[in-house]
Write a protein that binds this ligand. Structure first.
Ligand code: ZN
Length: 182
């Protein structure tokens, strides 16, 4: 009888814990959806502004068009990363030595996670994208090999980092061409 009674007692506790975890997940998901919605709204408005500026104002340089296009893609990519179904980011990591797939232990990394160079060039956002887009260090669960690999999350961050760098390069380029062109 005793084990049965204990089970009956522990079921409501487990249910409470589970519902709390699910509640936290739902809150986080709602927050992500809200941010993604505003990003998509921003992208849509920028797209409308870009279309109307193409139709009416021909004085804008191609740098301005590139900047707007990059900004729109940055918004759409961020929204996509926020909205996509939560996946296990390390499930698709291969060991380069024995090709075992997934479930590798994360190994400690050396050095600072935030690049001082990236911090200096683009500030806070760029350094977050940079450190998020770096390869992660793993220890293989089969053969114990230490290796670096990208995860699904780090690939997304790397894409954001490249888009952000492209925006900065385009901005500097347009400034320089204005200085030397006139
Ligand atoms: Zn291995």
């Amino acid at each position: 009888m005793r084990p049965v009674l204990r089970n009956v007692k522990s079921v409501p506790l487990l249910a409470t814990i589970r519902s709390r975890i699910i509640g936290k997940d739902i809150l986080l998901r709602l927050l992500k959806i809200t941010v993604a919605f505003f990003l998509l709204l921003l992208a849509g408005l920028s797209m409308l502004a870009e279309i109307s500026s193409i139709n009416t104002d021909s004085g804008a340089s191609w740098h301005q068009h590139v900047a707007k296009t990059l900004f729109i893609s940055l918004c759409v990519c961020s929204a996509y990363l926020l909205l996509r179904r939560p996946i296990d980011p390390v499930a698709e990591v291969y060991c380069p030595r024995c090709t075992a797939l997934g479930e590798h232990a994360a190994a400690p990394e050396y050095g600072t996670s935030v690049s001082p160079m990236a911090w200096h060039l683009g500030g806070f956002l760029l350094s977050i994208f940079y450190s998020g887009g770096k390869q992660r260090r793993f220890r293989c669960r089969e053969c114990g090999e230490l290796f670096y690999s990208h995860t699904a999350v780090s690939r997304g961050y790397r894409l954001l980092f490249l888009l952000f760098v492209a925006i900065i390069v385009n901005y500097i380029w347009s400034d320089l061409s204005e200085v030397f062109g006139e």
